[in-house]
Ligand binder design. Structure first.
Ligand code: HPA
Ligand code: ZN
Length: 343
């Protein structure tokens, strides 16, 4: 590992946009399938990893939902969450905010209690064992109906105090934010913070709808906003965080090569961008790999990398006291590495 690599890996970072069910490493997927008496289309981890080649968001979602089938029991949800949190900790992540989308699991017969107990149990263990700060976000599927989302909202109320936000993912084009205006209002009325995937494959108009109609606190991805200068100005002025996922954008053909990724332009326009992993095994990396890929392709300075990391800490759904503590950790790290790192 080069000095720069270990400096970036050691930075106290956030991962604010990742999906638990998209974090199953290939070997764990095979193990979980075997445990649940299922046969996958692939026999080895290498063969499975080789299948991670996508033309667009939908081709990824097809494989992602196929992979979701191996998660059945409380123990499965505990194991996958535990594995991700261990990797994140090793990657220098100090604050992780995790999405899970319960709808497809409930539909296949897993009780919500089992899913929540597995995920929350692993989160508690990571707090204890790694000192990691971690929060859970419940994500609904935009390719389902708003009525389905409302049912989900009712079902999760017993865990309200253990859920930091409500989000939405899935097939974007044809499922604009406007379709879920009443759902997001209901989530806000019940006291939840909100965030939504917008402008990943969809147009700037979807980011505008997310802001005006859903009134979200953060936008997941948001890349397409660049096509609308007024929107960029408003996002920047209101410091709405955008949880950008560069390797995800590359692997889903949102950009043809990393050198064309809009991250640096977004920063230059004053947007509050953060760098995140989305679905790490599918897209080839955790947060550090995302930062390194951007640094290499976009020639980011270390100051810019530190800015991205600081943006993540500032965008986290934590209390003011916790944010100050996390920012203090970053400042201590920078003070310890002064000179060597900031050239
Ligand atoms: N976009 C939409 N839905 C998703 C994603 C994503 O990047 N990852 C997991 N579900
Ligand atoms: Zn995502």
């Amino acid at each position: 590992m080069t000095d720069i690599e270990s400096f970036i890996r050691g930075l106290p970072k956030t991962d604010l946009h990742m999906h638990i069910e998209g974090s199953i490493e290939p070997q764990l997927m095979l193990d979980l399938a075997a445990r649940n008496g299922m046969k996958l289309r692939w026999d080895t981890a290498e063969a499975l990893r080789g299948a991670y080649q996508f033309d667009n968001l939908q081709s990824f979602l097809d494989l992602y939902f196929e992979g979701c089938k191996v998660l059945v029991t409380e123990g499965d949800f505990r194991d996958v969450t535990r594995a991700y949190l261990r990797r994140a900790h090793e990657d220098g992540v100090v604050r992780a905010e995790l999405f899970i989308g319960p709808q497809s699991f409930i539909e296949r017969g897993t009780p919500l209690e089992a899913l929540m107990s597995g995920v929350l149990g692993a989160m508690q263990e990571a707090r204890r064992e790694h000192g990691l700060s971690v929060g859970l976000m419940i994500s609904v599927h935009r390719h389902r109906t708003e009525a389905d989302a409302m049912v989900m909202l009712d079902q999760i109320m017993p865990w309200k105090d253990q859920i930091i936000a409500i989000g939405m993912g899935g097939a974007e084009i044809g499922n604009p934010p406007a379709k879920f205006a009443r759902f997001f209002k209901a989530a806000r009325d019940r006291g939840f913070r909100t965030t939504v995937h917008a402008g990943e494959e969809g147009p700037a108009a979807y980011v505008r709808e997310a802001l005006d109609l859903l009134q979200v606190d953060r936008i997941d991805h948001g890349n397409a906003c660049l096509a609308d200068p007024d929107l960029v100005r408003e996002l920047a002025m209101r410091r709405i965080p955008l949880t950008v996922c560069p390797l995800s954008n590359l692997r889903l053909q949102g950009v043809t090569e990393m050198a064309r990724h809009p991250l640096k332009t977004m920063m230059a326009q004053g947007l509050h961008v953060t760098v995140n992993s989305d679905d790490p095994p599918y897209f080839g990396g955790y947060v550090t790999e995302n930062l390194l890929a951007c640094r290499d392709a976009l020639d980011l300075s270390l100051q810019e990398i530190v800015r991205l990391v600081r943006n993540g800490l500032e965008a986290a759904f934590v209390t003011t006291e916790e944010r100050e503590m996390l920012l203090g950790q970053l400042d201590d790290y920078l003070a310890r590495h002064a000179g060597a790192s900031m050239s």
